[in-house]
Write a new protein. Structure first.
Length: 378
């Protein structure tokens, strides 16, 4: 299991085991499986580990340790950790490991890590993250943050965001932080994060760590396919790392499923479905066969679903400035390989996207686990 060791300057969670027991009780109270509580144990541990986009190395080591404990074959390449079971070509799953955070870019200067100048060459303006930057700019006031050494993840100090705004010249969010005045440029700063379970919902900085937890859970259940854990998705680079691995292995596949969260404006909109599927993104069409296979399993398991591309197109009929379908890792892979690598996505509907209080229902989490467990051999 992931170490529960005390970090200097951060309150040690003395009630860690008690919180896990409460999670189990809450899951049972909502009529959900006991296995959901085991999933929450995994997620609770992972959330405490920093993984700011562009500095994911220490988090990769945490994930690798978790997987090696269950004797999964694990290999770490540049930008991607690959875990393989005994039937590696049966299904390929992908999850992103990076999370939004800040990076020190000068004396007492902090920028949103995903949108720094070094990352903007991969961003084309039509990703959901870029289109939401004006929406989320005021959500960070009072947010506690912690700084880490870039490679090893060692704790350096803690501060609080007092102001955030969009700089039109740098096309990025700029943050004012008290308590971290002496950091070196390039130092990652993560949101101080803990999992909250209340009223049938979980809250934390879920994107992308919840997808990582799902894959670790699935391997513990006996999944025998292949999982790719990719870096720098929020900076638009993860597809390159995944593609390089496929090219290194001389592999293609029509059975790639990418896990993610999917933002909705309010709880009612998010709760209109248990899971979110897609037929396409801004880059083009996904695999019809794979998408329909997943939809069929939803129907068999009585999991409600909708298609995000249809939702966006319907909402755009009422807007003067249309929302983007998003430019996803899968869409980029399909375009780059002319469809030699293709598949579909499975997403968890959430609110509070790209904040430390992103929220998903336990019902949606349980539905994703049930769907993916249907791919585990008996």
């Amino acid at each position: 299991m992931i170490s529960r060791g005390h970090l200097p300057g951060i309150e040690n969670d003395a009630n860690f085991d008690g919180a896990a027991e409460r999670d189990r009780a809450r899951a049972a109270a909502h009529g959900l499986s006991v296995d959901l509580a085991n999933f929450l144990d995994i997620l609770r541990h992972l959330i405490r580990e920093p993984a700011v986009v562009g500095t994911e190395d220490s988090f990769f080591r945490v994930v690798r340790r978790e997987l090696e404990e269950i004797e999964v074959d694990v290999r770490h390449y540049n930008g991607v950790l690959v875990a393989r079971g005994n039937d590696p070509d049966s299904l390929f799953l992908s999850a992103h490991v990076d999370r939004h955070g800040l990076v020190c870019t000068g004396p007492n200067e902090f920028q949103y890590a995903a949108f720094t100048a070094t990352n903007q060459g991969e961003l084309t303006g039509d990703s959901v993250s870029e289109q939401m930057i004006e929406t989320i700019k005021d959500r960070f006031h009072g947010q506690r943050v912690q700084a880490h050494l870039p490679y090893v993840g060692s704790y350096l100090g803690q501060g609080t965001i007092t102001k955030s705004f969009v700089c039109p010249n740098r096309r990025n969010l700029i943050f004012e932080v008290v308590g971290l005045a002496d950091l070196q440029p390039g130092t990652p700063v993560s949101f101080l994060d803990r999992l909250t379970v209340e009223g049938g919902y979980i809250s934390a900085q879920l994107d992308n760590v919840v997808s990582v937890a799902v894959l670790i859970y699935l391997f513990r259940k006996g999944f025998q396919g292949t999982a790719l854990f990719t870096a720098e998705e929020e900076a638009g680079r993860s597809w390159r790392y995944a593609l390089e691995w496929f090219q290194r292995e001389r592999k293609t596949t029509q059975r790639l499923m990418v896990l993610d969260t999917s933002p909705y404006p309010n709880t009612d909109a998010a709760g209109a479905q248990d899971v979110v599927l897609r037929r396409k993104d801004a880059g083009g069409e996904f695999s019809t066969f794979m998408t329909e296979e997943l939809a069929g399993r939803c129907r068999e398991l009585q999991v409600s679903y909708t298609y995000k591309d249809e939702y966006v197109e319907r909402v755009n009929l009422t807007r003067t400035k249309p929302l983007s379908l998003g430019r996803t890792e899968l869409g980029r892979l399909i375009a780059a390989t002319n469809g030699q690598i293709t598949g579909t996505t499975l997403q968890i509907p959430t609110t509070g996207y790209h904040t430390a209080n992103e929220t998903a229902s336990l019902t949606s989490i349980a539905s994703v686990l049930r769907l993916l467990e249907s791919y585990v051999p008996n």
